[in-house]
Design a protein around this ligand. Structure first.
Ligand SMILES: [Zn+2]
Length: 456
């Protein structure tokens, strides 16, 4: 997904500035202005991960294609529509900022480590999907107005979002039996017997794992997440795996070979001096160090390694990004896992509550949005903000009632002949706090021609 986003920008918005931070979040700035609309989408690929997947655009739709099998495949991204909308906005808008976060489904990893300088002058924050809790929403909406100036948060949602949230709630807490089953399947997949395996690091592919055992991906993923929470293993996505090298020949055979490039022999000697075990198994190497020692750049070093592999001198496993499972202890026997059922129930309940609160928040029609959030975070009885959509629409409806009362009073009771004192006697003195409202409305009704002007 990261590659797709970058390529899309290069081909469609070449003038946009694309940056990546340490957490591998992507930031895109298009155009120059004092203030920018900002669009945020998530790059998580928690679903269907097909190795041969290529992301394709056709007919203004985005989907995954497996060219080898010539079939459509899942795109893997949970927020693909958000990504697609954001990318399209980049092509249509003159000025825009987009942020694409990693690891949002697994505890807002990307947004926690976000580069806040990028968001310092944001006036609008638009949500294309519903965050799973008010906490997440509050944090994300808080990207706007960090310079203290007025800013707006807009969320777009429909019934599909509600359905999706409820589905996520169901799959994100699979049963404890299922979780234990996943624990044993992971070990079986790597042929790890009981009472062994502590400290093993396994290159893990969720898609392959699920295919092998006929599992539903999201449930398996959440089972692994819970095993992580209960300290059985760690699942690290997007880990840098360093380049590994193994020498396939005997030491004395090396000196019989005539290498086309003298750097090759220098490289082999440097490797042998620095690392032991090279003849026995693939050893992780420090590319920067080795490149420096033999006086080449890292890309040149990789080319040399590749050429040596072609000559069957070494086995070369290039550096990679992969998901890695780290086993915390030896494989436990069935029924010996400590899955902490009480904690599980508590997590499930609190997740349900948070989701319900979020649903209430978006469907709320009577309570001020700001007051609702403050109440959720423990600040009771806060004043209405007067700015959010709920406040504005209630102001509108109270305006309508007051307008009707004014028209009725002037036309029916006073038969069109009235003074401002008459109005004040009926609707409160001109110095009262309400007077602003009715004078403003009266003025508008007179301007519209609905009511005659008052007499003196
Ligand atoms: Zn409000």
């Amino acid at each position: 997904m990261r590659k797709f986003i970058k390529e899309f920008c290069k081909n469609n918005v070449p003038d946009a500035i694309v940056k990546q931070d340490k957490a591998r979040n992507i930031y895109i700035t298009k155009g120059e202005d004092k203030t920018y609309p900002c669009v945020v989408a998530h790059m998580d690929e928690v679903h269907d991960k097909n190795k041969n997947k290529e992301i394709v655009i056709h007919d203004n739709l985005i989907f995954g294609l497996d060219r080898k099998a010539m079939k459509l495949t899942g795109i893997g991204a949970d927020d693909k529509n958000g990504i697609w909308v954001a990318l399209n906005l980049l092509t249509t808008e003159k000025v825009l900022k987009c942020a694409f976060f990693v690891g949002e489904e697994t505890g807002c990893i990307g947004s926690h480590q976000a580069d806040m300088v990028f968001f310092s002058d944001v006036r609008f924050v638009v949500h294309f999907d519903v965050p799973d809790s008010p906490e997440a929403y509050f944090q994300e909406a808080g990207r706007g107005g960090r310079d203290g100036k007025r800013s707006f948060a807009v969320m777009l949602w429909n019934s599909t979002d509600i359905k999706r949230m409820k589905q996520i709630a169901t799959v994100s807490f699979p049963s404890l039996e299922y979780i234990e089953d996943i624990y044993h399947k992971v070990h079986s997949a790597y042929e790890i017997p009981y009472d062994t395996g502590a400290g093993r690091q396994l290159k893990f592919n969720l898609e392959e794992f699920c295919r092998k055992y006929g599992l539903q991906r999201s449930s398996a993923y959440y089972a692994l997440t819970y095993l992580e929470r209960t300290d059985h293993l760690t699942l690290s996505e997007d880990v840098d795996i360093s380049t590994k090298v193994q020498i396939r020949l005997e030491r004395n055979e090396l000196y019989d070979i005539e290498f086309p490039d003298p750097k090759m022999i220098l490289l082999l000697e440097t490797l042998m001096r620095k690392y032991t075990g090279l003849f026995a198994f693939p050893v992780p190497i420090d590319e920067d160090y080795i490149a420096g020692r033999i006086g080449v750049t890292v890309p040149m070093l990789r080319q040399l390694l590749y050429n040596l592999a072609l000559e069957h001198v070494i086995k070369y496993i290039p550096s990679d990004h992969a998901t890695v499972l780290f086993l915390h202890h030896d494989r436990l026997r069935p029924k010996n896992l400590n899955l902490d059922p009480e904690r599980y129930q508590m997590l499930k309940d609190s997740s349900d509550t948070r989701m319900q609160k979020m649903l209430d928040y978006i469907t709320e029609e009577d309570t001020c949005r700001s007051a609702y959030l403050l109440d959720y975070f423990g600040q009771k009885e806060s004043a209405d903000c007067g700015t959010c959509d709920v406040c504005r629409s209630s102001k509108k409806s109270s305006d309508t009632t007051l307008k009707e009362a004014l028209v009725k009073f002037v036309n029916d009771e006073m038969s069109g002949s009235y003074t401002l004192e008459d109005v004040a006697r009926r609707f409160g003195s001109q110095t009262s706090s309400d007077s602003d409202t009715y004078i403003r409305l009266l003025r508008r009704l007179i301007d519209e021609g609905t009511l005659p002007a008052p007499g003196l």
